[in-house]
Design a protein around this ligand. Structure first.
Ligand SMILES: Nc1ncnc2c1ncn2[C@@H]1O[C@H](COP(=O)(O)OP(=O)(O)OP(=O)(O)O)[C@@H](O)[C@H]1O
Length: 279
């Protein structure tokens, strides 16, 4: 009996929590995605990388229902994310926390008020005192001091603003967390601390994390798998060691350039460049 349960659990772990098939996104003549497929597995931190303009943010916006793709299927937590039914869209929205690149906090609201925005929207009947307590909890979870609750975003450092954005993203206890270049603009120590925070929260809360990044240290430090966008598709989605060996020009340049070598040395990876296949 136990064996059967373990088998079921193992299948469950590998079940994609996000499933994208045949995605097409165009802007006028420009084709950004052309038949893109992607699986994100439950409980993983997936790093999403690719050259500038390869469509990482457009992919994230499509999954979140913020942009309707030109073709394709997107399933999130077993629900058709492109459904016209508002209940289905609400299902995805309610279960996804998002940290946009710029933090996207309301500048005229305090951090506490910012964190309460999704709570007000989704739970309008929640008493004020409880909403305040929940906001305080999320602020503390995100590694901010309690007094940050009453500060305006402009009174915080860049790193603290990211943490405030994270607190807001976690307001509804979502199982899915989307992060668009969370360490951009942070100094290396701040970036490392933010990565550690993401990893700690992912473990403690059992989150599945979709993380767009250009930061090689982030990939080596916390990502379970890495999806590479190139040629309008996801060309590989695999553990780092496998991605490093993947014979594709952008991947080779990115993972074997001087910055990659520094990150690999820091994080204990150091793989030789793949040898060209004998023909
Ligand atoms: N609303 C829009 N209208 C027109 N073009 C757009 C729009 N949004 C994105 N694009 C184009 O789609 C392409 C992909 O953009 P996207 O922001 O997803 O790239 P990215 O991979 O996230 O890039 P970066 O790493 O530089 O942030 C870009 O060429 C961009 O100009």
């Amino acid at each position: 009996m136990e064996t059967a349960n373990k088998a079921t659990d193992a299948r469950h772990d590998h079940e994609p929590i996000i499933r994208v098939r045949g995605l097409v996104n165009r802007f006028g003549e420009q084709v950004v995605h052309d038949g893109l497929d992607l699986d994100v597995h439950r409980g993983e931190i997936l790093g999403v990388v690719g050259g500038s303009g390869t469509g990482k943010s457009v992919l994230m916006r499509s999954i979140l229902g913020l942009r309707r793709p030109d073709a394709g299927e997107i399933e999130v937590l077993g629900v058709d994310a492109l459904s016209e039914d508002p209940h289905d869209r609400h299902h995805v929205e309610r279960r996804s926390g998002v940290l946009f690149q710029d933090g996207a906090l309301f500048s005229s609201l305090t951090v506490g008020e910012n964190v309460q925005v999704p709570l007000k929207e989704h739970y309008p009947d929640l008493p004020d005192s409880l909403r305040y307590e929940l906001a305080l909890l999320k602020v503390k979870l995100s590694g901010l001091p309690a007094d940050a609750l009453n500060k305006l975003p402009s009174q915080l450092s860049g790193g603290m603003r990211k943490r405030a954005g994270l607190a807001r993203a976690l307001a509804l206890d979502p199982p899915l967390l989307f992060l668009d270049e969370p360490t951009a603009g942070l100094d290396p120590i701040g970036a490392a601390a933010f990565d550690e925070l993401i990893q700690t929260l992912q473990k403690a809360l059992g989150l599945t994390v979709f993380l767009i990044t250009h930061d090689l240290d982030t990939l080596y430090r916390i990502c379970d798998r890495v999806a590479v966008l190139a040629d309008k598709k996801v060309v590989i989605n695999a553990p780092l060691a496998e991605v490093e060996r993947f014979d594709q020009p952008w991947v080779q340049e990115y993972f074997h350039g001087p910055r990659a070598r520094a990150a690999q040395a820091t994080h204990g990876h150091n793989l030789p460049r793949p040898q060209p296949q004998a023909t």
